[in-house]
Design a protein. Structure first.
Lengths: 291, 332
């Protein structure tokens, strides 16, 4: 994984407070991932429906069972798959459907409570309104409303667009179902614990307090990003440039091959200094903050 | 000499428990939370709280960005695993019909009363207006549903529909399923339309009433009232109740949106939405029953007293179920 140099997380954050009272920042799923997951799920629905219908058709062809029973089973199967595919998987997989799982996103309770069965129901029963109904009206206006004029099809297109694009118009990317159910779709969290950089530092470098007061937390974490970039293209050059810059700022001389060790030592010393201040309740966000 | 930072010492001390939690979470994610061993399952909440506490400490004392991101992510993953719905869908379904659905229906009694009032009001209006001018029938009834019936039909042909046999005997089951899925879809839509204020849900209820009233007036004008209602009511009791439930759910949603009261609008919407969704799922089940009665029973049983008896019994059962079920036991 590549640690980003930015201080803020990349996506939009949705904060929930756990029942234990600790706020957790969850990353709201990107609109593209939502659409991708939906398209995948629609594909799976189509495949599932086909998979259920084909054996039924085959049964009818060899006339083992009556046409009536086959047709009844087919109508029921199509309805059940279409209506309960999302509900079933979100219940069984804790807010994930096959499409969501592949895209690494999941639905959670917006307030931070457990995701209840009622919420799953509510967020998926509105799909009839948001997606399936306008699609029928769009592609087969005769089926939804016999003898409907063209403007009605156009109206339903507008409807679908309005509800379909609702997530783009709010911060948490909520669709109608999310609003009705009080849920939010987030990126499933995944992060790797890397080595603690401060324990690498050797005592070859000493810094004065004045030297350590040059920088703040933001600069410290940018430095962390640089040091964790080992093995990436341009890493050596980045280390050299940053080391030069810092030496210049601190007014110290340095040996040529010493850059990595110098930065590690400076990182540890700076972190030690800033964390000590943190314990006294003073967080220096960046070099622009007052001491 | 090497100075160990306080935050580094803190990490060294706690890292074991984070790694253990990570391992359990990975197993739960791969094979489901049910696959965990009993000792792992009992460790999960302990480790989750430990991770949360580590996160709080780290936020206050550590400036290691990777550590903070890792703890945030680990706590989130553990939180999602600990506070997810862990019930099997089938188990949830049983509890649903035994308790949740009837309770949710009773919680919606004002909306339900309004829904029935709209249905009956539409019925009365449709009946009275069509009695006064038979041609209004065409205004109230969707030609798709009237199957060619109307004021121009002969009494004999109207009567025939009530006891239709033609191809029905061969296609009973598919007809029943077609009716069910169609009704259920309309019902779900009536609920979802609550999001645009609930007015469409109310209109749908009134319109359904109008149509029934128009049919009633048509048959009444030919002296076929008794037989007509014998044709409608066996499934109509269940089906119209389900329509009313869906409409009530939609109106509850609309109310939360338009008249949130003291509650914050979004909070109220999601609270109402969840309750209403329960009502709608139950209504879908009622539609299924109604479809069976309409598609199969009605085509096979033609005796008027039997039809009325079925209507009476089903309304009693339905009333008893919705009013009485799930009262015992604590709240869930």
């Amino acid at each position: 994984m590549s640690p980003s140099l930015a201080a803020e997380p990349a996506g939009r954050a949705h904060e929930v407070v756990t029942p234990e009272g600790v706020p957790l920042r969850l990353e709201v799923a990107a609109a593209g991932d939502r659409v991708g997951a939906l398209l995948l799920d629609l594909l799976f629905i189509a495949l599932l429906t086909a998979g259920l219908l084909l054996p039924l058709v085959a049964l009818a062809m060899v006339s083992v069972v009556g046409v009536d029973l086959v047709l009844a089973a087919a109508v029921l199967a199509v309805f059940l798959v279409r209506t309960f595919y999302f509900v079933w998987f979100e219940l069984a997989w804790q807010g994930q459907t096959p499409g969501k799982r592949r895209l690494g996103i999941r639905a959670v309770d917006a307030q931070g409570g457990p995701l209840s069965a009622e919420a799953i129901l509510a967020r998926n029963l509105t799909r009839e309104l948001e997606l399936f109904l306008p699609m029928i009206a769009l592609f087969a206006p005769g089926a939804a409303f016999p003898g409907a004029p063209g403007w009605l099809a156009l109206l339903s297109l507008g409807w679908m667009l309005a509800f379909g694009f609702l997530p783009l118009f709010n911060r948490d990317r909520l669709r109608v179902g999310d609003l009705v159910a009080g849920t939010v779709v987030i990126r499933a969290p995944a992060a790797v614990l890397l080595e603690d950089l401060s324990i690498r530092a050797r005592a070859a470098h000493e810094f004065t307090e004045a030297q350590l007061d040059v920088y703040g937390v933001f600069e410290l974490q940018v430095l962390e990003g640089v040091l964790r970039g080992a093995g990436q293209p341009g890493h050596d050059e980045a280390v050299r440039t940053v080391a030069e810059k810092i030496r210049e700022k601190l007014g110290v001389e340095g040996a040529a091959g010493d850059d990595q060790a110098f930065l590690e030592a400076f990182y540890a010393a700076l972190r030690g200094r800033l964390e000590k201040r943190l314990l006294f309740g003073r967080r220096r966000r960046s070099k622009h903050d007052r001491l | 000499m090497t100075v160990v930072l306080k935050s580094a010492a803190f990490r060294a001390e706690r890292e074991g428990s984070w790694r253990e939690l990570e391992r359990i979470l990975a197993a739960a994610q791969r094979h489901g939370i049910r696959s965990l061993l009993p000792q792992e399952l009992s460790r999960l909440p302990v480790l989750y709280r430990a991770a949360l506490s580590s996160l709080s400490v780290a936020r206050a004392t550590s400036l290691d960005k990777n550590l903070l991101e890792y703890l945030e992510s680990l706590s989130s993953r553990a939180y999602l695993a600990v506070y997810a719905a862990h019930r099997h869908p089938l188990e949830a379904l049983a509890d649903f019909f035994a308790r949740r659905f009837p309770r949710a229906v009773r919680a919606h009694w004002p909306h339900l009363a309004l829904a029935f009032a709209l249905l009956l009001g539409g019925l009365w209006a449709g009946f009275a207006l069509t009695r006064a001018d038979p041609d209004r029938f065409y205004a109230f009834v969707n030609p798709f549903l009237s199957q060619g019936r109307g004021p121009a039909s002969t009494t004999a042909s109207l009567r025939e529909v009530l006891y239709a046999r033609e191809d029905a005997a061969r296609m009973l089951k598919s007809f029943a399923m077609f009716l069910f899925t169609n009704n259920a879809r309309v019902g779900i839509t009536a609920f979802a339309l609550g999001f645009v204020g609930g007015l469409p849900s109310a209109l749908l209820l009134f319109g359904t009433g109008l149509m029934m009233g128009a049919f009633g007036a048509l048959y009444a004008s030919r002296g076929l009232s008794v037989e007509f209602w014998a044709w409608v009511l066996p499934h109509g009791v269940t089906e119209l109740s389900a329509v009313a439930l869906c409409g009530a759910a939609g109106m509850a949603l609309g109310q939360a949106l338009l008249f949130p009261g003291r509650e914050e609008r979004r909070a109220g919407l999601s609270r109402r939405g969840r309750e209403a969704a329960v009502v709608v799922l139950g209504a879908v089940a009622l539609f299924f029953l109604a479809g069976l009665v309409e598609g199969i029973f009605r085509q096979l049983v033609h005796a008027v007293p039997v039809r009325y008896a079925v209507a009476g019994v089903s309304s009693l059962l339905l009333g008893a179920y919705l009013f009485g079920a799930g009262r015992a036991g604590g709240r869930t």
